[in-house]
Design a protein around this ligand. Sequence first.
Ligand code: FUB
Length: 331
Amino acid sequence: MSSRYLFPADYMADPAAHVWGDRIWIYPSHDRESGIPERDNGDHFDMVDYHALSIEPDAEGRLDPLTGDVVDHGVMLSLAEIPWAKRQLWDSDVAEKDGRYYLYFCAKDAADVFHLGVATAARPEGPFVPEPTPIDGSYSIDPCCFRDPKTGAYYLAFGGIWGGQLQRYRDNRAVYTADEDTLPKENRAALEPDDDQPALCAKLVRLTDDMKGFAEPPRDLLIVDAEGRPLTAGDHTRRFFEASWLSYRDGAYHFTYSTGDTHLICDAVSATVEGPYVYRGVLLDPQVGWTTHACVTEVEGAWYLFHHDSVPSGGRTWLRSLKVCKLPEAR
Ligand code: FUB
């Protein structure tokens, strides 16, 4: 499969790609060398701003992610502008509704608890103005905003285990709040279900009409096997870890996600946006670097996988580079 490094000039990761107007807009995390030592909880991913990138049309007006010029539109939101956020601007996504743009992002607050935030702009490249507080009822990481093409309703899918803190929550309530890295490993593991129990799920929630809040309590985005059984917590090559992405292709809803410690990008399908989603297979094999994260986006009738790896930084897992490849038609 032919692929391309999208933006060799800087380290960026976790792409969310959308086609708006005559170009492709890409919203990545902006990696940097902070000097923070590596920890299991991901403290070394200490990002402080977001940039918008675009892929430009060619002279004939055609869009090709594999060849089009990539433009960096600069900083669209920085940590210092977000009143509630203290560190670690991780994965984000942007949605368009009625000519306005909504940036969903995650960050740690002063108590080192992850929440989701929202910021708005009149243009896809920003500048984005953040709300003063996190989205009420939000927690964990990796928001993906999806417009259901059948109903026009907007949803957020989110969540991530381990450093993403999803294991601290049950029924949308925190059952544990301290830093798990201060616990012995066996106590940390106790926050996750036993290996033969259903795995923790990504969360799915419908957004309010103004796009700034949850219209309902987040529900589980359940992934089941071909027999309809929920994937189990011990099934590390298939269970959800982080990096939610929703798309509608070939007449089905697709949930794409990372399996984290087994470094796979997987695909699951459903007839409804709410699920359950049936596990279907691997979209992307392990890449260089610990994290893997992808989105699947349609560009002029073909589907592309935008993702990242750590090859250009010599394997430094916190310094990642954006890539794109065409999704094989069989997938
Ligand atoms: O970029 C920081 C974190 O790494 C993201 O939020 C995860 O999805 C992983 O890619």
